[in-house]
Write a protein that binds this ligand. Structure first.
Ligand code: GUN
Ligand code: ZN
Length: 368
């Protein structure tokens, strides 16, 4: 199959995964912000960025869209590690100027200057693509969101990513800070941050107006099921979004998410949709983590496909990689059944090889 694509991951949160007992805001304050402050140290950022790339490759993921931290050196570390492995990776410096911890706060001016410099340095360098990254409307002042909007205008080829509608508490807090706006989506809408290059993480708790705005602007609603279950955030309304014509992505959201595996992510997505009384068929599921996510990035000609002329990011899978899966595979009826076994029982053990731009590198990266 084409290599898997993960359109929402936080690379500085590799050591936040499996942090006990909190929901979103407390989880950010207790675990995540202190951990991200460690990325002021370039050597630490280099170590984690290298481990991120190798871990993704081990799980069959060949492209990811990452939040770095507010430190420019974390972005350098991320793209340097991706460049060494020739991976098509997308990412950017997190913009956040309030409501976190001082060690992570930038300013609207720094957000502007550092984003411009990093995008000039990395966007289109090798396979790297840049993403303007205001974390969310709680940690960006209206002035900083204004800057993010002007960056979006100045850098129309770059992506934009942020978080939206993840928990009821987050939404209430957000609206208490942005009293002039009609709803959470309206904040990003007013600042010119929505459009076909925009990736909106979570999108769980939305009004029908918000669903229509997401669909109407061509923004992508990116679901992160392992994170949404782990943090108790809620169930992604895939049916409502599709009905409105919205574009959809599926991602891990490490380290709120609990697995690097897009197969494990599909398994949890299936269960979330079961609770919504929606069924996700196995062919659509495998489409989502390959060509579907590529389409959500506008990269369907290059990745997420095995078509001649594409970039040859490929994963070789074994649906019978464990004794339990092999036993179940004895009774596989057809291809959809085999794929469903793969997503329900599979993980990194099902990944036989991962090719990045035509080069088999899974075995290579695991042995170093
Ligand atoms: N909202 C703002 N920042 C984050 C983050 O790091 N993880 C998740 N899950 N939600 C967020
Ligand atoms: Zn996130």
């Amino acid at each position: 199959m084409p290599g898997f694509i993960d359109p929402h991951i936080h690379f500085p949160q590799m050591q936040v995964i499996a942090s006990f007992g909190t929901r979103l805001i407390e989880w950010l304050n207790t675990y995540t912000f202190p951990e991200e402050s460690r990325f002021a140290d370039k050597a630490h950022a280099d170590r984690i960025a290298g481990l991120l790339c190798d871990t993704l490759i081990a799980h069959g993921t060949t492209t990811a869209v990452a939040y770095c931290t507010s430190h420019p050196q974390s972005v350098d570390a991320f793209f340097e590690a991706a460049g060494v492995r020739n991976m098509r990776m997308i990412g950017g410096k997190v913009l956040m100027d309030r409501n976190a911890i001082p060690a992570l706060h930038d300013t609207p001016q720094r957000a502007h200057d550092e984003t411009l410099a990093l995008a000039a340095k990395w966007h289109g360098t090798g396979r790297a693509l840049y993403c303007i990254t205001p974390r969310f409307a709680i940690t960006s002042s209206p002035e900083q969101l204004e800057v993010a909007g002007s960056l979006a205008k100045a850098l129309p080829d770059c992506y934009i990513q942020t978080h939206l509608g993840e928990t009821p508490e987050e939404i209430a807090y957000t609206m208490s800070l942005h009293t002039d706006d009609i709803d959470y989506t309206g904040i990003y809408e007013r600042h010119g941050l929505l459009g076909r290059k925009t990736l909106l993480g979570h999108c769980i708790h939305l009004t029908s107006r918000e669903v229509d705005v997401i669909a109407g602007t061509g923004s992508v609603a990116v679901s992160c099921p392992t994170s949404n279950l782990f943090l108790g955030s809620g169930l992604f309304p895939r049916g409502r979004l599709l009905e409105a014509g919205a574009r959809i992505g599926l991602a891990t959201d490490i380290g709120g998410g609990t697995s690097y595996s897009m197969l494990r992510t599909l398994d949890e997505f299936y269960k979330v949709l079961q609770l919504n009384r929606e069924v996700h068929d196995p062919l659509s599921a495998m489409f989502q983590i390959t060509r579907g996510n590529a389409e959500s990035l506008g990269l369907e000609g290059r990745i997420g496909t095995l078509e001649p002329g594409s970039e040859a990011d490929i994963v070789v899978l074994n649906a019978a990689a464990t004794p339990e899966a092999a036993l179940r595979m004895e009774r596989a009826r057809d291809l959809p059944d085999e794929l469903f076994i793969l997503q329900t029982l599979g993980d990194d053990r099902a990944i036989v090889e991962t090719y990045v731009a035509g080069i088999p590198i899974r075995t290579l990266s695991r042995s170093t």
